[in-house]
Design a protein around this ligand. Sequence first.
Ligand SMILES: N[C@@H]1[C@@H](O)[C@H](O)[C@@H](COP(=O)(O)O)O[C@@H]1O
Length: 258
Amino acid sequence: MEVIITPAPAIGGLVVDQIGALLDRKPTAVLGLATGSSPLVAYEELAARVNDGRLSLARARGFTLDEYVGLPEGHPCSYRSVIDHELVSRVDFAPGAVMGPDGTAPDLEAACVQYEHEISTAGGVDLQILGIGTDGHIAFNEPGSSLASRTRVKTLTDQTRRDNARFFDGDVDAVPRHCLTQGLGTIMDARHVVLVATGRGKAAAVRQLVEGAVSALWPATILQHHPHVTVVIDEPAAAQLELADYYRDTYAARELAR
Ligand SMILES: N[C@@H]1[C@@H](O)[C@H](O)[C@@H](COP(=O)(O)O)O[C@@H]1O
């Protein structure tokens, strides 16, 4: 696990450098796209680089991580609408190149199986962008999730519904209770995971992610078993890391060697 502690304004550029290097090697790359506020700086930067011609997603594909159950199509808080608004509408993906789990499907179980099938038919995710919840969830894999789980229906915790109420005009009752989410096993199949976290509110989750014991209580800790994870965080999110100086030194040394 590579840990990069950096001032917040540098985060978007660092993430998009990784995406750019991938697209240079593989213009048909498959990107895993997270919603939430953490990746927005990366999407801003991605849109800027596409719009000034430095980068193209025209042959790339994308898969989102998760979706609320029961929000009608086009609802502004559905993750489909969010990713369309924040990224897809601002870059040059081909029509239909970005898919997400269908939270309106009459048969949700079947929609989950179908989604796994779509991802594997596309060749799997090359680079997965992730945020992290304050309780250590990734996608919507809440504490207690099976570390080997695949895409499935999950119940959101009260904590996550409270955290996400800000997107629903502060109305926690408007936040759905259920979601479809890629499983931890699904996320672990991505070839490279780039996780972004900022702010003191994420410090405990980041501490567990990087230095805690692997446990279903902190689902993101499964990433310690992944061969290629890059964690990009600002100083407040790094505040509880015991080995923060070591991560700073090793990153500086790698940069010098480049
Ligand atoms: N399902 C999403 C996660 O994918 C995201 O990582 C998390 C953190 O969001 P934020 O980046 O806004 O703090 O929120 C939601 O629950």
